[in-house]
Design a protein around this ligand. Structure first.
Ligand SMILES: Cc1ncc(C[n+]2csc(CCOP(=O)(O)OP(=O)(O)O)c2C)c(N)n1
Ligand code: SF4
Length: 284
């Protein structure tokens, strides 16, 4: 079993001092270690952004793809090897903006994977433009007079689109976030954790102090995560009080289990009798 130390890569992050990505990275390593996941059977998939650098710093398999294309890559990996633990990770711009279409369709398929969104409500890597979760009125280089549109609500979107584990974490509540990640990985189906993540450099509104005054745990409020209507009602709560925890959970068949090749995933097919030389020759 890999320890947190075993999972710590030599390469060090270059995130800004105080960036909550450090906390999420630490929690992710702790969750992978405590779950006893084998590094060679675990894949982290990311896109482009500050948070998307995370797979560089965890010694499992990792794939940093194109901006917004985290979920198609994660889907492909899961379909060829359904025994792989697939954890997708990236920013709110990556997942809910340019990757928004993939977000919807991956959730309705209910693939068995975990998607962690480092939601800092801003485009960090490209220097602070408004993102899909920036609040209406958010002033940024791309919205100097304030964002005109309403913010995306990833929690209600995920519940409606068919995700079967929908949660919100907070980067500075490490034990709680670790518990959410561990339960998400153990859940059989598509799990989204939207992680509230201050960006001290470009988001001066949603700071650690701002969140600390507002976040409370859903599990302390008697919320029933199997009640979809109650989950949708809780998803609307945002302001003086912000719920974190598990909003919704359901059991449904996964996409990969319905495929004809479900019993033997493609990566485990015996191809030793196939002569691949003519195929390669055609490609040369
Ligand atoms: C197709 C494409 N469009 C735009 C970009 C430029 N770009 C890189 S990261 C990024 C936004 C990152 O924001 P987010 O996903 O929220 O992550 P963060 O940096 O805040 O962690 C953008 C617009 C790109 N790399 N590729
Ligand atoms: S710009 Fe924001 S999200 Fe990016 S490293 Fe700096 S603090 Fe973190």
């Amino acid at each position: 079993m890999a320890s947190v130390k075993d999972l710590t890569a030599k390469e060090q992050p270059t995130w800004c001092p105080g960036c909550a990505d450090f906390g999420i990275l630490t929690v992710l390593r702790m969750a992978v270690a405590e779950l006893g996941l084998e590094p060679h059977n675990t894949l982290l998939v990311s896109g482009i952004g500050c948070g998307s650098k995370t797979p560089h710093f965890v010694r499992t398999y990792g794939f940093e793809g194109l901006h917004g294309r985290i979920l198609p890559v994660a889907t492909g990996a899961k379909l060829v090897n359904k025994d792989l633990t697939v954890i997708a990770i990236g920013g709110d711009g990556d997942g809910y903006g340019i990757g928004g279409n993939h977000f919807l369709h991956t959730m309705r398929r209910n693939l068995d994977m975990t998607y962690l969104v480092q939601d800092n409500e801003v485009y960090g890597l490209t220097k602070g433009q408004a993102s899909p979760t920036s609040p209406q009125g958010f002033r940024s280089p791309s919205t100097p007079s304030g964002a005109l549109e309403e913010a995306v609500n990833p929690i209600s979107l995920a519940i409606i689109a068919g995700a079967t584990y929908v949660a919100r974490g907070y980067a500075f509540n490490i034990p709680h976030l670790k518990m959410l990640i561990m339960n998400a990985v153990k859940h059989k189906g598509f799990a989204l954790i939207d992680i509230l993540q201050p960006c001290p450099t470009y988001n001066k509104a949603n700071t650690m102090a701002w969140y600390n005054q507002r976040v409370y745990k859903l599990e302390d409020s008697g919320h029933n995560a199997s009640d979809k209507a109650a989950a949708l009602a809780k998803a609307e709560e945002w302001g003086d009080k912000i719920p974190i925890g598990l909003f919704y959970k359901a059991e449904k068949p996964t996409y990969e289990d319905g495929l004809p090749q479900a019993s033997v995933p493609p990566v485990k097919h015996d191809i030793s009798s196939i002569d691949i030389k003519p195929i390669l020759a055609r490609m040369m």
